[in-house]
Design a protein around this ligand. Structure first.
Ligand code: 2RA
Length: 326
């Protein structure tokens, strides 16, 4: 009898997780949908069945779930993930709460697998996931020396509040999620500002890239920007390789990898766009070209569905990876 719970089931990521369960063939004898008191009582369709969302309380972890997938924000994860863990559940957590803890695995199943033994496993930040998926073949074939990211992140990354600000902003309504209008605008500000002048989103990309790729000394920098796009993040990567390559060798590194699609025919106006990434499971790369201002350096453009590969899909892939191993 396999008991699975989804915490944050009514959110933008949680509802996609439910869809991903079906797509990835997750076998749960009993699936429990959980949320805060505010959303509890709602009904959601799960594989043709109607399930009522229940409130997450301190008593819930005692119900003995085998697996818990959480997408409910850092403070909920801080409070509840250890309670589920103490009660024997394996927790896959989508928040930033546990990602950089030394004893917590940070997993992108195409790149790594849990090995540290803790029952809390962290799902990385959305813009980090798509970036490291694209960087992994470059790391393997040429070695990585330095990465500088500039992101163009969709409002769905802020959940329903971000989508609302974009939609209602187009009708002239003041924002409630962002400090400025996002309609007709671009905000170089994602998550809170830190003392070093970077935002937490930028710091996440720097720290998580090093951890996932197991390159603690990799030179990494990031500028993260919110753009008026509903869904799918775009990331420009300026990548310095350890060993030089031709543009075609860099493109070739991305070919024949099932979870990467190379779209790089600028002569036909073909390159990855967020609109075309939306609803797709793979990471798209293109605009590969040499940066003549630095040795062994290339520009790579990368898009992916931030709610799928950046969140729900990656979490469910981790769940499948663990279920198949046990
Ligand atoms: C964002 N990285 O796009 C966040 C979502 N986790 O705001």
């Amino acid at each position: 009898m396999v008991k699975v719970a989804i915490v944050g089931a009514t959110g933008v990521v949680g509802t996609k997780m439910i869809e991903m369960f079906e797509q990835y063939g997750i076998k749960a004898d009993e699936l429990t949908l959980l949320s805060s008191a505010r959303s509890a009582g709602k009904s959601l369709q799960v594989m043709g069945e109607e399930l009522t969302v229940r409130e997450l309380t301190e008593e819930t972890p005692k119900q003995g779930f085998d697996y818990v997938v959480m997408s409910a924000g850092g403070s909920t994860s801080r409070q509840f993930a250890p309670l589920f863990e103490e009660n024997g559940s394996i927790v896959i957590d989508n928040s930033s709460q546990w990602r950089m803890h030394e004893d917590i695995d940070l997993i992108v199943p195409e790149i790594n697998a849990p090995k540290l033994g803790r029952k809390i496993i962290a799902n990385p930040n959305c813009s980090t996931i798509q970036s490291v998926v694209a960087l992994q073949p470059l790391k393997e074939q040429f070695g990585l020396k330095r990465v500088n990211y500039t992101t163009y992140q969709a409002v769905s990354g802020s959940g329903s509040g971000g989508l609302r600000d974009l939609e209602e902003g187009a009708r002239g309504k003041a924002p409630t999620t962002y400090p400025h209008p996002i309609h007709d605008n671009v905000l170089p500000h994602i998550d809170v500002f830190l003392e070093n002048g970077y935002t937490k989103e930028e710091q996440k990309m720097i720290d998580e890239t090093r951890k996932i790729l197991e390159l603690p000394d990799l030179a990494v920098s990031a500028t993260c920007v919110r753009v008026p796009v509903s869904n799918s993040h775009s990331v420009h990567m300026n990548v310095t390789l350890e060993n030089d390559a031709t543009e075609e060798e860099v493109r070739d590194a991305f070919r024949n990898i099932p979870h990467i699609t190379l779209v790089d025919n600028p002569e036909n106006n073909e390159y990855p766009t967020p609109l075309e990434s939306t609803g797709r499971s793979e990471v798209f790369v293109g605009r590969v070209r040499r940066d003549d201002s630095l040795e062994n350096t290339f520009h790579v453009w990368c898009t992916a569905d931030n709610i799928l590969k950046g969140a729900a899909q990656n979490s469910v892939q981790i769940l499948k990876q663990i279920m198949e191993r046990e």
